[in-house]
Design a protein around this ligand. Structure first.
Ligand code: C2E
Ligand code: CA
Ligand code: CA
Length: 742
């Protein structure tokens, strides 16, 4: 943008020429309606005061002098009553406008009052305005300029009062018909009220101003009444109100103010003597107008920025910023209401959890921008297909919807089409999980979580798009929740322990170590294996708690073996990658090793190959530190993932643990043997030793031994067992401890 357009935009903004959204308009209008309440309040108080004053000062003396009671009263207080009626009508209109604004939930009584009360006060105003005829009758004469202007001012105040009453009634009729506020009619009410104030200000200001002076000479009247020496204060009060409380577009405010100032100036300088309003005063007068215009601009800008902020807040509370469909919070709130209104059986409906599988690849290959555009299209389609109930984006490529069971297959098919149409040759899969609501007041989060779980259950099932949450899933789900909720308790109560699986030298099959494998022996669920809890704990990022417990357990057991002279064997411990993210794993581990005073060569660190993807800098630093501190680092599950060889380039490992996958169908597959042979040689070349896990047959063991794999582990040599059993079996001679342990 060049400087010129910047300046142009700045000026357009400053004077309020930009377009406003509906929300901003509503906000501004609401602020003006609120300001009307303050002004109405001030007017009512002042007019009461004026009525009392005039009664004491003029009405009572006039009655005492023998004049008609009603006439005396009317002559001296009529305009005050009119203005008071206007203040009351506008005040009640504004109060009930705000009470009934969008989003406010009203009781029945309030709803009724909101329709009736403004009508009552507006009617009083309208009826009162018919006294204009009596007022005209009372006019002294139309002879002098002063009298003509003063009379005209009075008539205008009555007319605006009459129109004000009508516009308030029009608004009330709109409310009665639609149960909503009308923006346009309320703007009209506020504008007419402002006009009435201005006209009243000019009229009273003008009359007061001239009644201080003798019109013929332009000199102050000798017996000027203190009540009349308000000069133009009333005028100023009214314009300040319009400029500071009622804020429209600044250019409008400036036009209106300039117009009314010019008119008033013309009136008060119209005296023939030209002595009443000297030139010097005009400078002050114009300065005041400019200041007031600036105030109007500044308040407008302030309100606009507040309105935009409020608009943003409102948007963020309801919508997802990326896809523009609703967000999860809105979904939950809205659905909670909708569930209550379902009368044809909750069981006919589904919560849906929608996931695009493989979307990450799409994002990677097509770029972030196209990925986002795809999500937006997909989100719109969901909104279109499941339009009966709210739907929302939860995160990434995850969405939620709610729908009738009937016809669900077709809807899912429609949604699936988007994926195939739009995939650019990449494979994207739709995975939808579903669960029916149970009660109308249930915790929606739990149900959504279940639908998510159902969607997750078909993650790797090709061709399966839809899964309903069933009893079996419920059991697994419950178990998962149980694990998450009872981890701390299990650690404290010692339900978590380490089993040890023997590792032997391939050359003489003597015991050279064990691997610690976590077990959770639970009072409710009984014996739990890592398959039951490791991935769950990783998913909810609690795995470090379990691993810390295992470090402690292993070191304690090792201490016992060392102390009882059972000839301890080294233990390899499984580390999760998350351990290094969720805590200072190096520090935690080393301090536990120190606490039990375990020689470093007695504990090995196992880290799986699959952990070594993504941003590795931190993990690499941690592993280097452990290695420098004297721990042996083992690469677990080598060959099971995609990154195998790369990993060897970037990291230094002491031991390579070949994955048991290489041994499946070992006997029939010649290729497996060749690969195993090459892997062992490769490791050797890179300065690592090898161990193969999952050894179940003698043939496998013999083969591995011939190709030079140093260590073996597997059911052939023993399953994971508790420490006591291990010690027992060592004592009984089932395992012969090797002299070499490294
Ligand atoms: P892993 O580290 O690869 O452990 C080897 C798994 O293979 C163990 O299962 C073990 O019982 C099993 N296994 C050993 N020999 C044989 C065999 O000859 N045949 C067959 N079919 N299986 C054999 P487990 O104990 O269920 O552990 C599963 C996985 O859980 C482990 O795989 C490891 O990744 C993880 N894990 C276990 N304990 C811990 C722990 O304390 N912390 C962390 N973070 N992960 C652990
Ligand atoms: Ca392992
Ligand atoms: Ca392994």
């Amino acid at each position: 943008m060049n400087t010129l357009t910047l300046i142009k935009n700045w000026i357009l903004n400053l004077f309020g020429f930009r377009k406003h959204s509906k929300e901003v308009k509503e906000y501004l209008n609401e602020a003006n309606v609120r300001s009307s309440i303050y002004m109405a309040f001030i007017i009512v108080i002042i007019e009461i005061w004026m009525v009392i004053r005039s009664t004491n000062k003029y009405v009572i003396p006039s009655i005492k002098a023998g004049n008609n009671f009603f006439d005396s009263f009317f002559i001296y207080t009529s305009l005050f009553w009119l203005f008071m009626a206007a203040g009351l009508a506008v005040g009640f209109f504004a109060i009930y406008f705000l009470v009934g604004k969008n989003g406010n939930v009203l009781s029945r009584a309030y709803k009724k009052r909101r329709k009736i009360i403004p009508i009552i006060f507006a009617s009083i105003l309208i009826i009162y305005s018919f006294f204009i005829f009596k007022e005209i009758n009372n006019f002294v004469n139309w002879d002098s300029t002063y009298n003509r202007i003063s009379n005209l001012g009075t008539i205008l105040v009555y007319i605006t009062g009459f129109i004000l009453g009508l516009s308030i009634i029009a608004h009330s009729i709109f409310v009665i018909k639609t149960d909503k506020n009308s923006i346009h009619l309320s703007i009209l009410v506020v504008i007419i009220f402002a006009l009435m104030c201005l006209v009243f200000g000019v009229k009273v200001g003008y009359s007061d101003f001239f009644s201080r002076f003798d019109i013929g000479t332009g000199l102050p009247r000798a017996k000027a009444d203190s009540y009349e020496i308000k000069s133009i204060l009333c005028f100023l009060t009214m314009v300040i109100y319009v400029a500071c409380l009622l804020i429209w577009r600044p250019y409008l405010s400036i036009l209106l103010l300039t117009g009314i100032f010019t008119a008033f100036h013309a009136l008060i300088t119209s005296d023939p003597s030209n002595r009443i309003f000297p030139d010097g005063e005009t400078v002050n007068y114009i300065t005041f107008l400019i200041t007031l215009s600036m105030v109007a601009i500044s308040i407008y800008q302030q309100r606009i920025s507040e309105a935009l902020k409020a608009q943003n807040l409102e948007y963020n509370a309801k919508y997802d910023i990326i896809t523009d469909v609703h967000n999860y919070r809105y979904y939950v709130d809205n659905l909670a209401q909708r569930l209550l209104n379902i009368t044809d059986g909750l069981n006919n409906y589904y919560y849906l959890f929608i996931n695009i599988q493989n979307f990450k690849t799409y994002n990677d290959q097509m770029g972030f921008k196209l990925g986002t555009e795809f999500l937006i299209r997909f989100a719109k389609k969901i909104e279109e297909i499941f339009n009966e109930f709210p739907c929302a984006r939860v995160s990434d490529d995850h969405f939620v919807a709610f729908a009738r069971k009937e016809g669900i297959e077709n809807k899912i098919k429609l949604l699936e089409n988007v994926l195939t149409e739009d995939a650019h040759g990449l494979y994207l899969y739709l995975k939808v999980g579903a669960v029916a609501p149970i009660t109308a007041v249930e915790d929606i989060n739990t149900s959504v979580d279940r639908a998510r779980y159902a969607a997750g259950s078909i993650k790797n099932l090709y061709g399966k798009t839809f899964a309903e949450y069933d009893d079996n899933m419920h059991d697994i789900y419950k178990k998962k929740q149980y694990i998450i909720n009872h981890l701390d308790e299990a650690i404290v109560n010692g339900y978590i322990s380490a089993y040890y699986q023997p590792v032997v030298w391939s050359k003489d099959k003597r015991l050279c170590g064990v691997e610690a494998l976590a077990r959770w022996i639970d009072p409710v669920y009984g014996f739990l294996s890592p398959g039951d809890f490791i991935s769950t704990l990783e998913e909810v990022r609690l795995i470090h708690k379990l691993d810390t417990a295992i470090y402690e357990r292993v070191c304690k057991d090792l201490r016992r073996m060392l102390d009882e002279k059972k000839k301890a064997v080294p233990v390899s411990i499984n580390f999760s990658r998350l351990d290094f993210e969720l805590m200072d794993a190096v520090e935690v581990f080393e301090s536990i090793v120190d606490k039990y005073d375990i020689p470093k060569e007695y504990v090995h660190v196992e880290i799986t190959e699959s952990a070594l993807t993504g941003n590795l800098y931190h993990l690499q630093q941690c592993l280097i530190k452990l290695r420098n501190d004297g721990f042996s680092i083992w690469l677990d599950d080598f060959g099971s993932g995609y990154s195998s060889l790369n990993v060897l380039k970037d990291f230094k490992f002491d031991v390579l643990k070949i994955d048991m996958k290489f041994l499946t169908n070992f006997e029939q597959k010649e290729a497996s043997k060749i690969i195993l042979d090459m892997v062992v040689k490769l490791a050797e070349k890179l300065g690592m030793v090898t161990i193969t896990e999952g050894v179940e047959t003698i043939e496998q063991a013999n083969f591995l031994s011939t190709i030079g794999c140093e260590r073996l582990q597997g059911y052939l040599f023993g399953k994971p067992i508790p420490l006591d059993t291990l010690i027992d079996e060592i004592i009984k001679g089932k395992y012969i401890l090797s002299k070499e342990i490294i």
